[in-house]
Structures are given as structure tokens and as C-alpha cells.
Design a protein around this ligand. Structure first.
Ligand code: OTU
Length: 633
């Protein structure tokens, strides 16, 4: 599928790679940088050929991008260069069993950046090594899609703090063993970004930063094949400007998609990316990667050029800030999710399939789809890792593959309908208190929102609620990669229905699961008579065990057929023939895995959560919504 332009189409003479290298050498750039460029410029050049080879300005842009990298490296603080070197000598650092992630909103969780700094002792107590601060950049007043409409990548929202404070926070977090993660929202800017303002003012250089059309002809043509992402906000993929023209806006009407077919856009965003890298950010969460390239007659999602662009950004980083990682945010078909994951593209990625199927299994009390996914869709290339999570700040979408479901006799469309109904409490017997998100009556499409505790049954007072919260986290903590905790979920925070009374949030039900820091629940976290206290002690025990269990490092997983449909089971192999055997039962009654099924394992096992020996010789009982972590051989 990849379109390769012949190299001869690129301008010869002064604008080739060897001339760029010669210029750098003449400029006496340091050897380390030169080495990085020698390693990665050929790849970047090749990507530019494929992306921009037919454009006259393609090569000037490549030279400018390398120059940005040179200047960024020169300005990169010494302690960050030390991090770069450390990562180079320990390239699998992010796959360590001690990795544990947390995510929160700066304002809601801590009031501001200084509050986040004050929370560092708590993060350490939890064992976090990775902290994703939700978008904290300058963005429009009122609805800014939770900060995903960025007006400046170089200014922090003044209500939260300053860029200087963010850089200092990054340093303090690093001293505490925590890597700072922020979003790189590069598919779109807000309509208040300087580029956007210039574009609509008719500044020719900037008009081409976005996709603006004089009338409906092209928008209509594109919308034949594009998907509606936020249909509650506007139909289709375009919105109308005041002057009557139409502009591409995949998400909210104030989030305008950038036109990456223009190399000047790549160059400009490179500048913003390198700026963030030099503030001490260690992982960039690459937002909405599927949407970054558009072509008429396609879905305009996950096109080959989207990958080339990510690889090009990656190559620039390897030159100027080589310690950084990209995390892919592609909440799409599982085949597409993995297509973004490689050392040359995004080294880590959300695992939306495991997330969604964990909830699917809890609703159906049938773990077969989840088991099948672990069996066939878990493996990743070396040098990469999943980020496993129970829920995020976004909705839950049922992104399993219909063809996988069909093999188990499950029909995708009605199954998604059932899951949506179940999680918004419309299905009889549901324990969940979720809220629908972006229900599209035209397509029948819908997604679900709600906090972990509210979706799992704690809010409804269901007897299995706490167990389900623990079970879901136990899977995220044990399948491999980086487990990611939505902060507040460790104390079983409930839905915040107050969003419906806040005008800028009322139209977006994702706010129901982005509560303010649950002070009451945190106060109860050592009180075992409360759900907060019980969930907190069980989850922190699991986190502690994970951190001292080398089998949980990396991504190697061997699915284990327990021959019980409500059971998900797998082995995480370790050294000397040992492995950790993870078994979880989503049913509301205890189940028995018989001795014959377990006969491949030595009968003497150790429960690493309770530290008690377990005898497998007579089979294994797994309690209702229970989970066991057993060291076996
Ligand atoms: C992302 O999500 C963010 O996580 C959202 O919070 C933003 O609103 C959005 O981008 C725009 O910046 O549609 O419902 O992979 O699922 O990229 C969430 C496709 C979203 C989308 C995902 C997007």
C-alpha cells in the first residue's frame, strides 16, 4: 500500500542528505548529535521522500527539520541528555515489572501543578513510576474538550501554573523515579491557536495548515466515507466557518484538523514536539493517531501515511531527544491498533482491546472473547509494550474484531448493543451505572462512560462490585507492559453527576467519570469498613506484589485453557522454569478448574498475593469474581 516516490523526483544538488550532513560537520555540532543524525537521517529522508517527494518544498522542510533538531539538541539540558544516555543503555526500561502508571487531571486532582508536586509522596507510596497529566496547555475558555483543543503548545493553562513550573515538576518527578507523560495533540489545534487565527484571516502560509474548502463539494465527497466521531456536536467531519467556508473538524467544532500533506505543518509541529521534549517530558501520548492523514474515498483513518508521519516524528526525536517514547492512542480495530506499535513508530500503546473485553467478560460472565484476545492479539514486537488500563478519561468503545467474535458464535452488532445497554443500566439484571456517550441513532453506534467503581457495581450496591474492580485491575497489572491506574479509582471513586449542571460539560458525558479528587474516599482509604478502604488495600497489595514479581516484566504471555467459560487464565513465564499463573473468574459463583486440566503444572504452588502455599493436585477453586496469582512451575 505504501506509495514510494522515486528518489530522483527529489531535488538534487544542495538539498540531499549528504549536503545536510556536510553542513552539520562544518558547523562543528557535537559528536553525539552527529552520531544520532547519521543513524536516523537516512530513515527520515526516506520517509520524507514517501510523504513529500512530489512537492518542491519537501526538501527545504527536511533541512529545516534537521536544523530544528540541531538547535533543540544544543538547548537540551544536561540532565535530560543524561536521561537519554540512561535509556540507551537500558532500552527495555519501560517493560520493567516495577513500572506502574497513573493518570489524572491537574486541576481536578490537585488544583494545579503545585498540588501535583505536593502529591508526589502519595504517588511514591502507590509505587507510581509514570504519571500522565491530562492536557494542561492553554486552551479556549469554557468547553475545550478537556484541554484537547490546544491554543498554545508552549504555554501552560495559567489556571494550572506555568511552563517553568511544569519543567521543574518534571525534574522533581524524575528524582522520585516517576516519568512525566503529557499529550502531544498533533492531529488538530483549537480554533484559537495562532495558526488557526492566521488561517482564517487569509494568511496564505497558514491557510494551508488546515483543510478549508469554499463550499460543500469536497466536504460532501469526503463524508461519503468518513465516520462521525462526535455526532452530538456536529454531523460529519466538517464545520462551517463564519465566512461560509468549511473546515475539517473531526472532533469538536473548535478542534481543527491540521493538514499534514503540507510539510510546513510537519515542520511546525516538530518545533512544538521538541520544545516539550526539552521541558523534561519523557513520554508523549500521541493523541488520535488514526486521523492524521486524509485521502478522498477512504475512511481517512489509519492510512499508510499516518504511520509514515509517526515514524518521521520518531526519527526526529531519536536525533534530538532520544530518551523519549511515543505512546499510541488508537482506539480502533485491533489489527489497526497493533499497526502503530514498533520501535520505529510508537514504542508503547494503549491496549483498548483488553480494556473493552475485560468489561465485556464482566457483563456476560463469559471470558472466552478476552481469553481469545490474550491468545492471539497480545504478542508485540521486541522493544515495545502495552499500556494496560481498566478505563481512561474517554468512553469505552467495543472495539473487538467482529471476525474474532464470530468464531465464538457472537454477532458483533447486537453484542455491542447489549453491552451498551448493560453498562448504561438498561439491561435487566445490570450491576452497572454508566451513561451513554455519542449515541448515533443513524448508525446505532454508541459508547459508554462511567468510573470503574460505578461500572463494576459498587454504586449500585452489587455484592460483586468491589471484586470486579479488583479483578479488572489484577488483569491490567499482570498481563504485561505498563499498567495504568486512573487516579481515584484505587479508592473506588464514583460517578460525578454534577457535570450535568455545568454548562460546558453537560453535553459530554465523559465528564461523569472525571470526578474531582474524591477527598472523602481518600480519607477512608485505611478504613476497612468502607468500599474505599477495602478496594484500596486490595489494589495496593496487588501493585506491591507486581513490583516484586519479575515474571510480570515484559510482554511474554502463554494463554492457558482452563476449560471453564467464565475463566480467563494465562502463564507469565519467568526464570528457572517458574511462572506466574493468573486465573480470574468473571462468574457470580465459584468455579472449579479440575486437576487434569492443571496436570501440566507441578502441584505445589504459591499464592503470591496471600503468600500461602496452594496444592493444585486436586484442582483449583476460583471464587465468584475472584482472581489468583500463583507462582507455579
Ligand atoms: C482522543 O480520543 C482523546 O483521548 C479525547 O479525549 C479527545 O476528545 C479526542 O482524542 C480529540 O482530541 O474519539 O472519544 O482513536 O477514540 O482518538 C475519544 C479514536 C476519541 C478516538 C480517539 C479520541
Amino acid at each position: 500500500m505504501r506509495q514510494a516516490f522515486p528518489v530522483t523526483q527529489l531535488r538534487p544538488g544542495p538539498h540531499d542528505v549528504s549536503s545536510i550532513l556536510a553542513d552539520l560537520t562544518a558547523d562543528h555540532v557535537d559528536r553525539e548529535f552527529l552520531g544520532n543524525v547519521e543513524l536516523h537521517l537516512p530513515r527520515l529522508h526516506d520517509l520524507f521522500v514517501q510523504l513529500y517527494g512530489d512537492r518542491a518544498d519537501g526538501f527545504e522542510s527536511l533541512a529545516s527539520v534537521v536544523d530544528l533538531a540541531r538547535r533543540s539538541w544544543a538547548a537540551r539540558p544536561a540532565d535530560l541528555k543524561a536521561v537519554d544516555r540512561g535509556r540507551a543503555s537500558d532500552p527495555d526500561w519501560f517493560a520493567d515489572e516495577r513500572m506502574v502508571g497513573g493518570v489524572c487531571y491537574v486541576d481536578r486532582y490537585a488544583g494545579g501543578l503545585s498540588g501535583i508536586r505536593d502529591a508526589i509522596p502519595y504517588f511514591r507510596e502507590l509505587g507510581l513510576t509514570y504519571l500522565h497529566l491530562m492536557p494542561l496547555f492553554e486552551s479556549p475558555e469554557g468547553n475545550s474538550d478537556g484541554g484537547y483543543a490546544v491554543s498554545s503548545y508552549r504555554r501552560v493553562d495559567p489556571k494550572l501554573g506555568t511552563m517553568q513550573e511544569l519543567a521543574e515538576l518534571a525534574t522533581e518527578l524524575r528524582r522520585a523515579g516517576i516519568s512525566l507523560v503529557v499529550d502531544f495533540i498533533f492531529n488538530h489545534t483549537s480554533n484559537e491557536h495562532r495558526w488557526a487565527k492566521k488561517a482564517i484571516a487569509g494568511d496564505a502560509g497558514y491557510e494551508d495548515f488546515y483543510l478549508i474548502f469554499p463550499d460543500r463539494e469536497m466536504p460532501d465527497a469526503y463524508e461519503q466515507t468518513t465516520r462521525e466521531i462526535f455526532p452530538d456536536d456536529h454531523p460529519g467531519s466538517f464545520v462551517q466557518l463564519d465566512d461560509g467556508r468549511w473546515i475539517w473538524a473531526t472532533f469538536y467544532h473548535f478542534q481543527w484538523d491540521l493538514n499534514y500533506a503540507n510539510p510546513a505543518v510537519f515542520e511546525a509541529m516538530t518545533g512544538e514536539m521538541l520544545f516539550l521534549a526539552n521541558q523534561g517530558v519523557e513520554i508523549l501520548r500521541m493523541d488520535a493517531v488514526a486521523f492524521i492523514w486524509k485521502r478522498l474515498g477512504t475512511t481517512c483513518e489509519s492510512l499508510p501515511e499516518a504511520h509514515l508521519l509517526l515514524q518521521a516524528f520518531n526519527a526526529v526525536l531519536r536525533m534530538a531527544a532520544p530518551g523519549l517514547l511515543f505512546k499510541s492512542e488508537a482506539i480502533v480495530h485491533p489489527d489497526e491498533v497493533v499497526s502503530y506499535i514498533s520501535p520505529e513508530e510508537c514504542q508503547i500503546s494503549y491496549n483498548p482491546l483488553q480494556m473493552a473485553l475485560t468489561w465485556e467478560a464482566l457483563a456476560t460472565r463469559d471470558a472466552r472473547l478476552l481469553q481469545q484476545a490474550l491468545e492471539r492479539r497480545h504478542a508485540l514486537p521486541p522493544g515495545t509494550a502495552w499500556v494496560n488500563y481498566v478505563r481512561s478519561h474517554d468512553d469505552i468503545g467495543w472495539t473487538f474484531a467482529d471476525e474474532d467474535a464470530a468464531e465464538l458464535g457472537i454477532d458483533g452488532y447486537p453484542h455491542r448493543r447489549f453491552l451498551n445497554d448493560f453498562y448504561v443500566g438498561r439491561a435487566p439484571g445490570s450491576f452497572a451505572r454508566g451513561v451513554p456517550f455519542q449515541e448515533n441513532p443513524r448508525t446505532g453506534d454508541a459508547r459508554v462512560t462511567g468510573t470503574t467503581a460505578s461500572l463494576a457495581g459498587i454504586e449500585a450496591g452489587d455484592a460483586g462490585g468491589e471484586d470486579r474492580v479488583v479483578l479488572a485491575h489484577a488483569l491490567a497489572l499482570s498481563t504485561g507492559g505498563i499498567p495504568l491506574l486512573y487516579l481515584g479509582d484505587e479508592v473506588a471513586q464514583l460517578n460525578d453527576y454534577g457535570y450535568a449542571d455545568r454548562p460546558e460539560e453537560a453535553g459530554d458525558s465523559r465528564w461523569v467519570h472525571r470526578p474531582f479528587r474524591p477527598e472523602g474516599a481518600y480519607a477512608e482509604r485505611t478504613d476497612a469498613t468502607t468500599p474505599a478502604g477495602r478496594v484500596f488495600s486490595r489494589l495496593t497489595r496487588l501493585i506491591d506484589v507486581r513490583r516484586s514479581t519479575p515474571e510480570f516484566a515484559g510482554n511474554e504471555l502463554v494463554a492457558f485453557d482452563a476449560r471453564v467459560s467464565s475463566v480467563v487464565a494465562f502463564l507469565r513465564p519467568g526464570d528457572h522454569g517458574f511462572a506466574v499463573f493468573v486465573v480470574a473468574n468473571v462468574a457470580d459463583t465459584a468455579v472449579e478448574i479440575d486437576a487434569l486440566t492443571l496436570s501440566g503444572l507441578a502441584p505445589e504452588a504459591l499464592d503470591i498475593v496471600t503468600s500461602h502455599p496452594v496444592w493444585l493436585g486436586a484442582g483449583l477453586t476460583v471464587p465468584a469474581h475472584g482472581v489468583r496469582w500463583l507462582r507455579v512451575r
